[in-house]
Design a protein around this ligand. Sequence first.
Ligand code: FMN
Length: 353
Amino acid sequence: MLSEQIRNLDNSPIHGPVLSLAPMQDITDLAFMRVVAEYGGGPDYFVTEYFRVHSDSTPEKKILKSITENKTGRPVFAQMIGMDVPSLVKNSNILLDYDVAGMDINLGCPAPTVCRKDAGGGLLRNLDKVNDILGAMREVCSAKGKMFTVKTRIGYETADEFCAILDVFARHEIDALAIHGRTVKDKYQTPVRDEYVKAAVDLMRCPVMANGNVVNVATGRAYHKRTGAAGLMVGRGAIRSPWIFQQIRQSYAGDEVMQPTRRDLRGYVDSLFHEIAKEWVVYDEVKHVNKMKKYMIYIAQGVDAEFEHRIRRARSDQRFFEICDTFMDNDELLPDLPPENSKLFCGFKSFLD
Ligand SMILES: Cc1cc2nc3c(=O)[nH]c(=O)nc-3n(C[C@H](O)[C@H](O)[C@H](O)COP(=O)(O)O)c2cc1C
């Protein structure tokens, strides 16, 4: 079982659900994994952003670094997106020779360009193909003694499809199933349908990782309680607050839950800025500040609307840090939750009802 394998890694007792960082394209790279791991060890395991797989693809070098140069000590799963079985097998074989815990297949990406090619979430419309992919990937992972995990949504058009999807999953020995409790059509805007995640927990033999809208300890605990899932997979909530993994563990251990301040947030931004900077082959200030903005739009949620507005317009390192200092050079506690009207964090309130 994945949960046991992860727990046994350093023989330390883990309190509460297994925790993982969700794969996020252009976010969950080597630098971000390094930074998140600085905060109480970060998640129990990582999943790479997806490797695009087609007939003549080989694993992208930049994403490969999050495996080959990963010194966090945490297991890393390599995620692929694609629909061509021989290509998925070929790329799995390449990736499994690196130090990965296993392979993960993306059955959830809602991007129209991906779905049009019947990959990612688009695959949920073709369950025969899903069956073929799962069978082939299971075989190649088993042959190399590695784990095989699946990341899915609960349907393409509607959640009524979920039963048939689970039927296909249940035919295969999956080591863990991460479920983002929305349909592909829901994208990111709706509350998460925890009752479907619970149904999967009840029906599947493998551990289920509940994903979607975990933004603080309370939302994580509610999702875990409502579903009985083995673990929680956290994405955007961990960009906004890398403390979230440590806080959830502290809460389950009955320890005092640390509350970060604006100054702590400044330290996190600083660390992110410098770790990401190390990854440029040739440092370009404008490109670097623009890359930081991908993270900052999440980090800004709950800081101040004016902060986000100014950061979006920053063009230089100096201006970037001047803005940070204006809003973060004090010991005020950070709000525990993103703002209720946030366009980037929608529907988390349903866990707090
Ligand atoms: C910017 C961004 C990029 C993402 N890229 C991926 C990806 O590469 N693979 C994947 O399976 N999911 C991807 N996702 C979906 C997340 O893994 C996760 O399922 C989703 O954000 C819901 O979880 P959260 O509410 O904890 O963020 C992405 C999400 C975001 C916001």
